[in-house]
Design a protein around this ligand. Structure first.
Ligand SMILES: [Zn+2]
Length: 232
């Protein structure tokens, strides 16, 4: 397993992203999981390894150091992921309490939507644009950053869907047979498509168990490792 800090640079405009990565394969084509990376044309991106580390712990440590050194550089895109809402903890300016307070105050006074509601037409436009964005992300193989996923799952723990939400979901399902929604029914993937699916599975984010130090997919990690690890 290789652990390293990398810098992904856009060759056209010089903007860059600092990240950490653990992989078995050095040339796995991974450029980072942030929104800036996923929205960039991969042809313009170049990844450079800045430092190899011996362990996952060291990697986390060094990542912080490198981000601290770069955070004030205007070309550094690490915290331009604001719509994803995650950064490296307290290093993310949006996570500092005074900054949060500032933003909240600004929203209160400057919010152009204050006291108004969107027209049905505008609502439809908003819905459509998010559908298009999601499709684009899917096409590019973008995955929601692991940290953000774990955070969301943590915040949802113990919460039950409201009756209204349940009703909505059940309405959505009505009249739809599961088979009908399957676009692959009766077809097979081409060899090329199969290879793409394999590659995607290989590049999927892995999380290291702090007890047995092996790598797992997020769902396996959550169920069988971490606090639930046999070697704990
Ligand atoms: Zn384990």
């Amino acid at each position: 397993m290789y652990y390293f800090i990398y810098k992904t640079t856009n060759k056209i405009n010089g903007k860059y992203y600092i990240g950490r990565h653990s992989t078995n394969k050095l040339d796995d084509g991974y450029f980072g999981s942030g929104l800036w990376v996923s929205r960039s044309n991969k042809k313009n991106l170049e990844r450079e390894i800045l430092l190899f580390c011996d362990s996952f712990e060291e990697l986390l440590e060094k990542e912080k150091e490198y981000i601290k050194q770069n955070i004030d550089n205007a070309q550094c895109m690490n915290f331009n992921n604001s719509s994803v809402g995650f950064g490296s903890g307290e290093l993310n300016p949006a996570n500092r309490p005074e900054e949060r307070e500032k933003r909240r105050a600004r929203m209160k006074t400057n919010n152009p939507m204050k006291g108004k509601t969107h027209s049905e037409d505008a609502k439809e436009k908003i819905r459509q644009s998010s559908i298009i964005l999601n499709q684009k992300r899917k096409d590019e193989g973008w995955e929601f950053p692991l940290e953000a996923r774990l955070k969301i799952s943590e915040s949802r723990k113990g919460k039950k869907a409201s009756e209204a939400t349940k009703e909505k979901l059940s309405q959505l399902r009505k009249g739809k047979k599961p088979q009908e929604s399957c676009t692959m029914k009766g077809k097979t993937h081409s060899e090329d498509a199969k290879e793409k699916i394999r590659q995607k599975a290989l590049n999927r984010q892995k999380i290291e168990c702090e007890h047995c130090h092996r790598l797992f997919s997020p769902n396996t990690y959550k169920r069988w490792h971490g606090d639930n690890c046999k070697e704990k």
